[in-house]
Design a binder for this molecule. Structure first.
Ligand code: CA
Length: 220
């Protein structure tokens, strides 16, 4: 899962990037409205954290442009204290949720999980596929109750496949959703991650769909 963080205040931006990155997400950051608009318009984010008071182009305008262009990724806006009118304007512009500054990182992460979960049609924070369970609250995967030891990239691949359980996911989808923008991307490494995951998972859980990609499914 790949997240865009839009915040012009450097300390908060760094805190957000660290907290969200530590929770297992790939993270891109933008510090002004122009960059944010371009990135959200061209990259397939699983969710966006959007501050509203931004240089160059304000957050409401950025959000309205995305929605007008048909960009439907979940967006959580950050609003100032006592900024009820901002919340109303943001929700009317297409925000899915909001958080008032200052906030606790844990609350932001919980709201982020909920947004991503709802976007994928998952009702619970635990996603289950046969014997495999992904607990998005603590970024843990278990097989029949036994915890799996995963590297951060293995976790990202598995989390993306679990959020898209029973769907075919292409290699390029995986590349776009597990790496941040400035990362040196190599789609061959996706095959390596899949091979490593297969060794850790019960056989047959990750299918190769020839010419299309992979499918995580418990239906044989
Ligand atoms: Ca700001």
């Amino acid at each position: 899962m790949r997240i865009l963080i839009v915040e012009d205040e450097p300390t908060l931006r760094a805190q957000l990037a660290e907290g969200i990155g530590a929770a297992g997400y790939a993270v891109d950051v933008a510090e002004n409205g122009t960059d944010a608009h371009y990135m959200g318009d061209t990259e397939p984010y699983d969710a966006v954290i959007l501050d509203l008071g931004l240089p160059q182009m304000d957050g409401i305008t950025v959000l309205r442009k995305w929605r007008t262009a048909g960009r439907s990724m979940p967006v959580l806006i950050l609003t100032a204290r006592d900024g009820w009118h901002e919340k109303v304007a943001g929700i009317d512009a297409g925000a899915d949720d909001y958080l008032t500054k200052p906030f606790h990182m844990e609350e932001l992460l919980a709201r982020l999980r909920a947004l991503i979960r709802r976007a994928g049609g998952h009702a619970s924070s635990e996603i289950v596929c046969g014997p495999l369970t992904l607990d998005t609250r603590n970024s843990r995967a278990t097989v029949a109750g036994q915890a799996l030891t995963l590297t951060s990239h293995e976790y990202r691949v598995l989390a993306y496949l679990m959020h898209h359980r029973d769907e075919v996911v292409s290699r390029s989808d995986l590349v776009e959703h597990i790496y941040a923008q400035d990362f040196d991307r190599d789609s061959n490494t996706v095959e390596v991650f899949i091979a490593r995951l297969r060794k850790k998972l019960p056989p047959g859980l990750i299918e190769t769909v020839r010419g299309l990609g992979y499918r995580l499914t418990a239906q044989q």
